[in-house]
Design a protein around this ligand. Structure first.
Ligand SMILES: [Zn+2]
Length: 443
């Protein structure tokens, strides 16, 4: 007997044939997809402990947010409309230094998990500090995640002495190995302009030793090439390539300022890339050459980046932005299709994270990470092509139900087992310390 069966919906499987099943039956057993089929009218549903009527909506694999910094929800809207350097150095870094401790990181991460789940993301890839607190929050909230403890050659939250950065990251990798089926520990090297060559290579060795994903911001802004700690470095990606850091377990966030030979180096090494268009737009970092990255066959995922530079974690909105941005950037409305963007937000992200055998599409044997999008909304009526609505018309608020590893985490637009009001109240209390509200108005 199955544990849960979904029916009365159209499944957008994102399988290799991109099959769309108008009368889908999705059967879940022991947290995995047992069957994903199209129902022949009149045939009975498989027997199951529980059935979920999708209400004629769309059934999709849960979205994969391949680059974010969960606790930064605490800084949402704290400083906007600034270039990356003053934004980081005058606002974000000082606020992090003063206010980020395991407690605040935990509440920021819980809030992020609520926002992610409610908007249809079932897997995220995070890099931050106090990663133990992030991991605790993620496990509590029931999201799937790849989580990295941050490493850089400067004092960071919880790591006042940079010499401690790598030992801390190593400890995190060891401590969280095999602890939860939902959490994969990883290592997050901040960037090649904040980490010297020795740190970059030693961190990669630590990640390799643990078989973990090595995350790094790469080629985000135009000025980054000039700021690299190694003055002989050609481009940020060229620098990483020369140090031997590119391979299938390396994930490069941004890749805005990459040359054709950088793209070739990424492709040849099999490294993954995360495209974060809204963060790049907000900080005026530039426009990543997404069509070229996709044409090269590089695994490309989609990410929101942290909440302070986006300012939300809604991957539906990110999909809409990605599809539109590259059309206007290239002067070509046929570039970066809705299907390509939906692929990036699901199986593309899974590939970039090295999880494509487990998540990213609705295929038997994979983890049962599933979302149901309610299409009985004015903005989603009528419906001709599901991928069009998912990319151009829907936002995260259309997500009705969310299942992670076979377990319902959101039902009827509500979190099943999390106290969202309490989490928001805790974050508001922290925010009053970070900056007192400008008006006396009570939330
Ligand atoms: Zn980032």
């Amino acid at each position: 007997m199955d544990d849960l069966v979904l029916h009365n919906g159209t499944a957008v499987t994102v399988n290799p044939a991109f099959e769309i099943l108008p009368h889908a039956v999705v059967a879940i057993r022991q947290g995995r997809l047992r069957a994903v089929t199209n129902r022949v009218p009149g045939t009975p549903l498989p027997s199951a402990r529980e059935t979920l009527d999708a209400g004629g909506g769309l059934i999709l694999p849960g979205l994969v947010n391949a680059h974010t910094h969960l606790p930064m929800t605490l800084f949402r809207g704290l400083a906007d409309d600034l270039p990356l350097k003053p934004w980081l150095e005058e606002h974000i870094f000082p606020a992090e230094a003063r206010f980020m401790d395991p407690v605040s990181v935990g509440w920021g991460a819980r809030l992020a998990c609520c926002e992610l789940l409610l908007s249809g993301t079932t897997t995220c890839c995070d890099g931050y500090f106090h990663a133990d607190a992030v991991a605790g929050a993620v496990v509590e909230c029931g999201l799937r995640a790849v989580l990295g403890q941050g490493v850089l050659d400067f004092p960071a939250p919880g790591v006042p002495d940079p010499r401690e950065a790598l030992p801390r990251a190593r400890e995190f990798l060891t401590r969280w190995r095999g602890v939860s089926p939902l959490v994969r520990p990883s290592l997050f090297c901040h960037a090649a302009y904040t980490c010297g060559p020795e740190t970059l290579t030693a961190a990669k060795a630590a990640a390799e030793e643990a078989g973990a994903l090595y995350q790094i911001h790469a080629a985000e802004t135009r000025s980054e090439a000039r700021e690299l700690i190694d003055p002989r470095a050609p481009t940020p990606v060229g620098h990483l390539a020369r140090l031997g850091l590119l391979d299938p377990r390396t994930l490069l966030a941004h890749c805005v300022w990459v040359e054709p030979w950088d793209i070739e180096a990424i492709r040849a090494a099999g490294a993954g890339v995360v495209h974060c268009p809204e963060s790049n737009m907000k900080l005026a970092a530039g426009i990543a050459p997404l069509p070229a990255l996709l044409a090269a066959g590089i695994p490309v995922g989609l990410g929101t980046d942290g909440c302070a530079s986006n300012n939300d974690l809604d991957l539906f909105r990110e999909m809409g932005t990605a599809a539109r941005l590259h059309k206007v950037a290239g002067g070509d409305p046929t570039t970066v299709s809705a299907r390509e963007v939906l692929t990036m937000a699901t199986i593309g992200g899974a590939r970039a994270l090295g999880l494509a055998d487990r998540i990213g599409s609705l295929e038997p044997g994979k983890e049962a990470d599933i979302i149901v999008v309610d299409t009985r909304r004015p903005a989603l009526t009528p419906l001709y092509r599901p991928e069009s609505h998912l990319v151009y018309a829907a936002d995260g608020a259309a997500v009705r139900d969310v299942i992670v590893a076979g377990r319902l985490r959101v039902r009827g637009h509500r979190l099943v087992d999390l106290d969202l009001e309490r989490i928001m109240a805790e974050v508001r209390a922290l925010a009053r310390r970070i900056r007192p509200p400008l008006c006396a108005h009570r939330y």
